[in-house]
Design a protein. Structure first.
Lengths: 111, 113
């Protein structure tokens, strides 16, 4: 069974204080790992897809990296508007097109 | 930017009643999905739909659930006889396929009383 575990559950940062979110996964053949941002009462908003170990992608203050067992979402000099829940999801080679999500990390950035 | 539109945003229904949740996927997308998120829990896969048929479904998607693409633009999820435990946020999503990220709608909050 595909499993995704995210840590920490919640993270409070001061504006400008860089940090990383972790996503550990267990799948029978990774087809892709996805990062989403979710604001309260909204649907997940796509950020990145990572396909293979060693890959990195960046978007503004966010940078996602991938190893064979985990992915990190690095947030550099965050701003209050980066406050959201960040979701990690995997798509496995054996599970068609479904995504298996983690519980998410709730990020709060204080001004 | 293209978006997935869901209606209604909030629906309250009596236990045992049928509900239909509606979605308009992005027009050039070929794959359509329903996910749900019970309050405080993770987003869970329900069903995927491609070429006018279900391509995959989860254990949650039992005989009480059905999906339909009644015309070229709408994609619906029907729950025949709602239960209290069906209360959740239901998200529709669409994608071009492959490893392109899904685009999710804003969701329908279903409350069963």
């Amino acid at each position: 069974e595909d499993q995704v575990t995210q840590s920490p559950e919640a993270l409070r940062l001061q504006e400008g204080e860089s940090s990383s979110l972790n996503c550990s996964y267990t799948v029978s053949g990774l087809r892709g790992l996805f990062w989403y941002r979710q604001d309260p009462g909204k649907g997940p908003e796509f950020l990145f897809t990572l396909y293979s170990a060693g890959e990195e992608k960046e978007k503004e203050r966010l940078k996602a990296t991938l190893t064979k067992k985990e992915s990190f979402l690095h947030i550099t000099a965050p701003k209050p508007e980066d406050s959201a829940t960040y979701l990690c999801a995997v798509q496995a080679e054996t599970s068609g097109s479904r995504l298996t999500f983690g519980e998410g990390t709730q990020l709060t950035v204080n001004p | 930017e293209p978006e997935v539109t869901q209606t209604p945003s909030h629906q309250v229904t009596q236990m045992g009643q049928e509900v239909i949740l509606r979605c308009v996927p992005i027009s050039n997308h070929l794959y359509f999905y329903w996910y749900r998120q019970i309050l405080g829990q993770k987003v869970e896969f329900l069903v995927s739909f491609y070429n006018n048929e279900i391509s995959e479904k989860s254990e949650i998607f039992d005989d009480q659930f059905s999906v339909e693409r009644p015309d070229g633009s709408n994609f619906t999820l029907k729950i025949r006889s709602t239960k209290l435990e069906d209360s959740a946020m239901y998200f529709c999503a669409s994608s071009e396929g492959g490893l392109y990220g899904y685009t999710f709608g804003s969701g329908t909050r279903l409350t069963v009383v």
